[in-house]
Design a binder for this molecule. Structure first.
Ligand SMILES: Cc1ncc(COP(=O)(O)O)c(C=O)c1O
Length: 379
């Protein structure tokens, strides 16, 4: 099967000697819009392209307010601050995760707690979350959710939409609401993914996007905070721009702020990329179907959309027999210049986070032993 896979991927990506996992494609108005911004001299964090880009993403996702920032890590950091995540409190998240979420929790001096995932969505398990709340948590007189065993407040829940596959955010949110815990969705990888025709992130208080070079569209580096809550939107904009009090010439600031605003130059690139989003989505879906057909022929399982979900198929995911087959496959494909990758090291196995509280993580470990990401650039 290994040889057949290499031949198959080589046929898909005809002209490439070395095949990356996901590379950006710049075939539209990127150079023109960048050049316009350079000519305007507004290359930094003030400029109309930033607002234009925010409006495009807000309209596309159907989420009312958007704040463009320098990357998704900063978007996650601000989202946690906006949700009032404080030092020593607990944030429920996934162990099968890119490290940015845990790092953002650490920037707030809060504590990640790992909840298991579901094998079919790769995202936070509704049952596992429910069980964690039932076994550990209570709402106290202050109206907040407290972990009875650790004595810490539970201040937020941060699932992600893994590799573009939507989480069941509606059910997660329902449970979180019962415990007065705000839901923040890390949708870094999932622009263009929908559940029942609603864009991912629509169910949560705040959600975030990444426009890193490896995402479905890129601004070079970039991220976004999305919310339907006007008050949070205003706060996000304020603290992402050094908390400056608006005035024509005076400099004054009314709280600790962050220099996280996306530069106009990056937003211009984002607008040109956004014009290509539908094309990228169509191409990525066609590619995913090719992988699924191949998988059926060779008896290899791929992660597929659940009913009523529409994934952007950011990274296609295959599941192999066990960790030994996974590692042989990784070596064989990478030796043959086809970039494949295992899922991230689960957070509960990373030194900084190995002592964090967690639920049973059987599915997380099972997936980590078997999952491989295969080349997924739109062709
Ligand atoms: C799930 C997830 N969250 C957050 C990030 C961080 O995004 P950025 O690189 O834009 O900070 C990434 C990856 O890049 C990611 O995959």
């Amino acid at each position: 099967m290994f040889d057949e896979f290499v031949n198959f991927v080589r046929k898909l990506y005809k002209n490439l000697s070395s095949i990356p996992l996901h590379e950006p494609s710049f075939t539209g108005n990127e150079k023109k819009y960048l050049s316009d911004v350079i000519d305007s001299t507004y290359v930094s964090s003030v400029g109309e392209k930033i607002t234009d880009f925010e409006n495009l993403i807000s309209k596309y996702t159907g989420i009312e307010y958007a704040v463009a920032v320098v990357n998704c890590t900063s978007a996650l950091h601000l989202s946690l601050l906006l949700s009032d995540v404080k030092e020593g409190s607990e944030v429920l998240t996934q162990s099968l995760n890119f490290i940015a979420g845990c790092n953002a929790i650490s920037y707030c001096n809060a504590l990640p707690v790992f909840i298991d995932i579901d094998k079919d969505s790769l995202s936070m398990s509704v049952n596992s979350l429910k069980l964690f709340f039932e076994e550990n948590c209570e709402i106290r007189d202050d109206g907040a959710c407290w972990n009875k065993k650790s004595g810490n407040k539970v201040s937020a829940c941060l699932p992600m939409n893994t590799y573009g596959f939507p989480s069941d955010a509606k059910s997660l949110n329902k449970i979180c609401k019962n415990y007065n815990v705000p839901l923040i969705e890390d949708s870094a990888e999932s622009l263009g993914s929908f559940v029942n025709k609603k864009h991912v992130g629509s169910e949560s208080l705040i959600s975030t996007l990444s426009f890193n070079g490896n995402k479905i569209i890129t601004t070079g580096g970039g991220g976004m905070i999305l919310t339907n809550n006007k008050k949070l939107y205003k706060k996000a904009k304020h603290i992402s721009t050094t908390s400056k009090i608006s005035h024509k010439w005076h400099f004054n600031h009314n709280q600790i702020g962050y220099n996280y605003r996306m530069p106009n130059l990056n937003a211009a690139l984002g607008i040109a990329q956004f014009e290509k989003l539908e094309e990228f989505l169509n191409k990525k879906r066609t590619l995913a179907m090719e992988y699924h057909d191949w998988g059926e022929r060779y008896g290899v399982e791929f992660i597929k959309d659940k009913k009523n979900n529409f994934s952007n198929y950011w990274l296609n995911c295959m599941l192999l027999e066990d960790i030994s087959e996974r590692d042989k496959f990784l070596k064989f494909t990478n030796d043959n210049k086809i970039m494949t990758r295992p899922s991230w090291m689960p957070m509960h196995k990373i030194s900084m986070y190995k002592n964090c509280l967690h639920s049973d993580l059987s599915n997380t470990n099972w997936i980590h032993d078997r999952l491989i990401n295969v080349p997924s650039s739109p062709i």
